[in-house]
Design a protein around this ligand. Structure first.
Ligand SMILES: N#Cc1c(-c2ccc3cc[nH]c3c2)n[nH]c1N
Length: 243
């Protein structure tokens, strides 16, 4: 997978070259290029923003600069990317989104700042037949798209074959089956007077699986009843319903 990121703060994306993601890049599983939007300005001040039509607070990012940047970055690889524009006004980014994008050959993230990017940049890309996703990582407001890109790139890249040491991790983590993960424990058996649930030390794998499923159902019902309500009928077996 090739990932391009266009931003006015390239240094903000440095963490993408650390740890798991850094190893995926070193292993050739991901090619990452971070581009400075200001490279496509032509004025001495390298202006990337201007006052909003219709008035109002803040500034809007200029379409000319973004258009040139996107055209140039698109041309650097023959593969057509999904263009991702983080925005608080976007559709929710979920595990299903990450799984969908993990199948893409190329992702291109456009990081806005200020009050966002002139809408015509998205409209022009869509008008040229390019897939553009305007997405939000949550119902709170950030100062720019870079933090959202860090989140989304990690969620996607961890799903790529060969990235996680144990692929079962991705299959068992929260949301993969529509439920939240239950509690996890490791040694020692008792810590500050708190014992590991006995079933986990029983060696009875069927009982352990049932206990873990019950804890996941319990936690999901308590913390995210919306996820439980969204589960398809077939997702809950008879034992789940007895819970
Ligand atoms: N994704 C996402 C976002 C943002 C966001 C994204 C881009 C820009 C550009 C200026 N301000 C921004 C906020 N805020 N909250 C989210 N969940």
């Amino acid at each position: 997978m090739r990932i391009d990121v266009i931003t006015i703060f390239p240094g903000y994306l440095a963490p993408l070259r650390e740890a798991l993601l850094g190893r995926a890049i070193a292993a050739g599983l991901v090619d990452l290029d971070v581009h400075d939007l200001r490279d496509w300005t032509h004025d001495v001040h390298q202006a990337v923003d201007d006052a909003p039509y219709g008035g109002g607070p803040g500034m809007v990012m200029r379409p000319q600069v973004w258009g040139e940047a996107l055209d140039a970055v698109l041309a650097r690889d023959a593969r057509t990317p999904r263009i991702v524009v983080p925005t608080p006004a976007g559709r929710p980014f979920t595990q299903a989104t990450a799984q969908e994008w993990a199948g893409a050959e190329r992702l291109l993230f456009a990081c806005g700042r200020y009050e966002g990017i002139d809408q015509r940049v998205v409209d022009d890309a869509r008008g040229r037949g390019l897939p553009v996703d305007e997405v939000s990582i949550g119902d709170y407001v950030l100062v720019g798209g870079e933090a959202a890109v860090l989140v989304m790139v990690e969620a996607v890249v961890r799903l790529l074959p060969g990235v996680l040491g144990n692929p079962a991790s991705a299959e068992q983590d929260s949301f993969s089956d529509g439920l939240l993960e239950g509690p996890a424990y490791t040694r020692p058996e008792t810590w500050r007077g708190l014992a590991v649930p006995e079933v986990l030390r029983s060696g009875n794998h069927a009982a352990i699986a049932r206990w873990r499923r019950d804890r996941a159902l319990e936690r999901t019902a308590q913390r995210r009843p919306d996820l439980l309500a969204a589960l398809p009928e077939r997702a809950l077996d008879k034992a789940d319903r007895a819970f």
